[in-house]
Write a protein that binds this ligand. Structure first.
Ligand code: HEM
Length: 347
């Protein structure tokens, strides 16, 4: 009899947890914190368990459709999370347009003519608003889109902590200050990440996001023609790779021509990015210096990830969760924007 009770108890507990959350795989046990009611604490993987359990089921089909139309969009959406989180935290500040009290981050140098994916975010947010009005923030929408894009590109899945709220401000100056430029030295890259509470493992693992997506010639041209202000190419560039790049990116003009960050498998989230770096075929200076920048720990990680995709995926998941935790707005701070382009108008 006792054993029957134990079995029934287990079934009850399991069905309780399963019924609330179809959006996320079972097995997590944090409590939900409905907006405005919960204590100010960390993000939680089942934050929308009662308020919008179907959130991920709404997000994924929209992503699938967008990626089928243009595989690169997965990369663009993943990058949005990075450009959001590094500027005053993961608060969807990157999505705000210019307004009376807002200077849009979209005009900052690292973002201008570069970040993309806004239409997909809009489509997802509109669908979330229809199903669960005033519930899922734009900041969480970005995080859900980034996680889904990674998974749909063949990368790892992670339990996504949620519960971010949206900022009422943007900071263009901070976007220029905090987002690392592609020609940064390794020393500076480490500093950029440290400023966000991220370490060397995070730098190497998250740079692996460049396993998908593209960059404009202007982002790596210096390497082809004037690496050290000496009118010469970067001598860490493998010769044939240099010639291919130079033919796509002439000395003058062509700045908006694009090349894949990982030309072996540009739409597949895998570890080929690291293999290419070992061969002198990393596209950006910031990619190649992970190997050539004379930091044994960092170079060791590049080599390990090139040899062991599973290790890369494990570290990637840890690091992207860390990045997604940078200064979220929670509790009564911020708001749930109705439209990700602008702050809510209080009537
Ligand atoms: C380590 C420092 C980093 C630097 C210097 C850097 C720089 C860049 C640059 C210059 C581009 C191409 C932009 C263009 O030419 O328009 C790019 C693309 C990209 N970056 Fe990074 N990035 C860094 C880290 C990251 C991180 C941490 C992530 C994500 C977590 C990320 C995700 C991406 C993706 C997915 C693309 C391709 C976007 C697309 O095709 O639309 N990057 N990055």
């Amino acid at each position: 009899m006792a054993s029957i009770n134990i079995v029934l108890g287990a079934i009850f507990i399991a069905s309780f947890y399963l019924s609330g959350s179809l959006a996320f795989p079972p097995g997590h046990d944090e409590g939900a914190h409905p907006i405005g009611n919960g204590p100010i604490s960390g993000l939680s993987t089942d934050y929308y368990k009662f308020t919008c359990p179907q959130a991920d089921e709404i997000v994924v089909p929209i992503l699938k459709k967008a990626i089928a139309k243009e595989p690169r969009i997965a990369a663009s959406l993943l990058r949005l999370l990075f450009h959001d989180c590094f500027v005053q935290g993961c608060d969807a500040s990157v999505l705000l347009d210019d307004a009376e009290e807002v200077v849009s981050e979209k005009k900052a140098i690292p973002n201008k003519n570069s970040i993309r994916g806004f239409e997909v975010i809009d489509e997802i947010k509109a669908a979330l608003e229809e199903a669960c009005p005033n519930t899922v923030s734009c900041a969480d929408t970005i995080a859900l889109a980034a996680r889904g894009s990674t998974v749909l590109s063949g990368g790892p899945y992670w339990e996504l902590p949620l519960g971010r709220r949206d900022s009422k401000t943007a900071n263009m100056k901070l976007a220029n200050k905090n987002l690392p430029p592609p020609n940064a030295t390794l020393h500076r890259l480490i500093k950029f990440f440290q400023r966000q509470g991220l370490d060397k493992v995070d730098l190497v693992a998250l740079s692996g996001s460049h396993t998908i997506g593209k960059a404009r010639c202007v982002s790596f041209k210096q390497r082809l023609y004037n690496q050290h202000r000496d009118n010469r190419p970067d001598n860490t560039l493998e010769k044939s790779f240099y010639h291919t790049l130079a033919s796509a990116c002439p000395h003058t003009g062509g700045d908006d021509n694009i090349r894949s960050l990982d030309f072996v498998s540009p739409s597949q989230f895998d570890n080929s990015y690291y293999k290419l770096i070992l061969e002198g075929k990393g596209l950006l200076n910031s990619d190649e210096v992970l190997w050539t920048g004379k930091d044994p720990e960092i170079a060791g990680l590049v080599k390990s990830y090139a040899e062991n995709e599973q290790l890369f995926f494990e570290h990637y998941v840890n690091s992207i969760i860390k990045m997604g935790n940078i200064n979220p707005l929670m509790g009564y701070n911020g708001e749930i924007r109705k439209n990700c382009h602008r702050v809510n108008q209080d009537i």
